[in-house]
Design a binder for this molecule. Structure first.
Ligand code: UN1
Length: 512
């Protein structure tokens, strides 16, 4: 089937009909959504006003006041049901992710799997919100810490992982006893609406099974930047978890700090790999191809720079160039295609500007041109670009959200490591090596300065079990696994005296 013949609007109708979402909720509003697959409109959603958004946040706060009293494992039961509903609706939601974002089918499904995985994690966590018991210096005292729910948590998500990132935050926040308010990207409100409908199904089952839950536990706010601002400025939101550009983080972070609210910021990445003399080149080729070209270079974790040792440069780079020239590009709904479209024209323009700037600084560009233009003039498919650079300069230091891989040659490991870290961003990183010293150095204190550092796999495609996030201009936040849940709770230190005297700490005397 050609792109021009695809009827994506009909697909969307069917998905929402199956989910029980009425047409007026995704058509007939003001926020137009286009599928990047064809560039055609697939929805027009009603937007919330700023004053209604404020009221919704007040209501979410009220929901929190009730939900925090529900025991953790019972809260976990709701998320268990959410995981079940996601399993039941995996194909539909995965397809909608593909339609709205342009991800290939297996990546659309993978995104929903990531949601299921975090639900499973959160269910276990709901019985493990552990605090410490701490040795006290005073006799007949006990000291401990307790983790309490925090409040109505704001979630601002980006287009590229339109639903997984919501679920990382929402599943944890809810088992931790919070309510959530979600402002999705204006580019991807349909998948948000579908996820909220799936959440509502889980909630209805939970209540039918005898569970107690307040109204407005999970709120979706569809709107533009001004709605994000309402969320960031509202005094009843103690934490905002925001994913997006560094520019967005620079606007949001100081505002939250000003009112002493917390933030989890997951911003730009400029992820690199070092390919050393002992690298397994077959594995390296596959690792680079997936991380650099996959999702059309539109992951925060996408591979954007590689440093290749001069002894393996000629054995690897021509093979990579060949892979770039032969990779299959086209409708992400069609099996066999590995590269779908860019999200929109603005992304395409930014890619072309970066390639021109790279050329102007001595870069040799292969690829980057538009494909399928005659079939779908409003869709932006590109051949991924591979650019041999004489140095790490010009656009190499920026995150361009497109499939551009900058290739640089090195001869000294320490120098490569230095260049690896010499960019403003610090999300993810990798090394391809079979040299134990290089591998261990890379993940050591003096190695990669990123939040994620991998050996013999690319920088993208992390599992949910680890904490996800990065350093420097990436914002410092951590979401998802490990102990990231602690950011969604407040910690109280408790000292209890079960004796009849009142010894003071540090030997202080105060006898009256
Ligand atoms: C993102 O691009 O914002 O590690 C998230 C990965 C995915 C998540 C990416 N699990 O590539």
């Amino acid at each position: 089937m050609t792109l021009a013949n695809l009827d994506l609007a009909a697909d969307v109708d069917k998905i929402f009909a199956d989910l029980g979402v009425s047409v007026d909720r995704y058509k007939g509003g003001t926020l137009a959504v286009r599928s990047p697959i064809t560039g055609t409109e697939i929805g027009k959603l009603p937007e919330v006003s700023a004053s209604d958004a404020k009221k919704a946040i007040d209501a979410a706060h009220d929901a929190f006041l009730e939900w925090r009293l529900v025991p953790g494992p019972k809260r976990g039961e709701l998320i268990r049901l959410l995981g079940e509903e996601l399993r039941a609706n995996k194909a539909a939601l995965g397809r909608l992710v593909s339609i709205e974002v342009g991800k290939i089918t297996s990546e659309g499904l993978g995104e929903v799997q990531e949601m299921i995985d975090i639900c499973d994690f959160a269910v276990g966590l709901s019985r493990q919100l552990y605090g410490l018991t701490i040795a006290t210096e005073r006799s007949e005292h006990r000291m401990m810490e307790t983790w309490h729910p925090l409040g109505a948590i704001g979630i601002i998500s980006a287009f590229n992982f339109p639903v997984a990132v919501w679920s990382w935050n929402a599943a944890l926040a809810i088992v931790c006893g919070n309510s959530t308010i979600w402002k999705p990207s204006e580019k991807t409100p349909l998948t948000a609406l579908a996820s909220q409908a799936i959440f509502d199904k889980a909630l209805a089952r939970y209540i039918a099974d005898g569970g107690t839950a307040p109204k407005n536990l999970s709120t979706l706010l569809i709107g533009g930047r001004e709605i994000g601002e309402v969320l960031v400025d509202h005094e009843k939101v103690p934490l905002v978890s925001a994913t997006g550009s560094t520019a967005m983080g620079r606007a949001v972070g100081p505002k939250l700090a000003q009112r002493f609210a917390r933030s989890i910021l997951e911003l730009g990445g400029n992820n690199a790999a070092i390919v050393t003399p002992t690298a397994d080149l077959d594995l390296t080729l596959r690792g680079i191809a997936f991380s650099a070209m996959g999702t059309a270079g539109q992951r925060c974790t996408s591979l954007r720079r590689i440093f290749v040792h001069d002894s393996v440069y000629d054995a690897l780079v021509p093979r990579l160039v060949k892979a770039y020239q032969s990779v299959t590009i086209g409708s992400p709904l069609e099996n066999g295609n590995l590269i779908g479209p860019l999200i929109d024209k603005a992304a395409y323009d930014k890619m072309q500007a970066a390639l021109q700037a790279a050329q102007a600084t001595g870069g040799r560009v292969v690829g980057g041109e538009r494909v399928n233009e005659t079939e779908a003039g409003d869709a932006y498919y590109v051949r991924p670009a591979i650019v041999e650079m004489p140095a790490q300069s010009g656009p190499v230091r920026d995150e361009t959200f497109a499939p551009i891989l900058y290739v640089m040659k090195y001869s000294d490991f320490d120098e490569a490591l230095k260049l690896h870290n010499d960019v403003p961003q610090g999300l993810s990183s990798s090394i391809f090596t079979n040299d134990m010293r290089e591998a261990e150095t890379f993940v050591s204190a003096s190695g990669s300065d990123c939040g994620i550092a991998n050996v013999n796999i690319g920088p993208s495609g992390a599992e949910i079990g680890g904490a996800f996030g990065g350093e420097k201009e990436t914002g410092g936040g951590r979401e998802s696994g490990s102990d990231a849940w602690k950011a969604y709770m407040r910690r109280a230190t408790n000292t209890l005296n079960y004796g009849r005297t009142l010894p003071l700490a540090q030997g202080v005397k105060f006898d009256i």
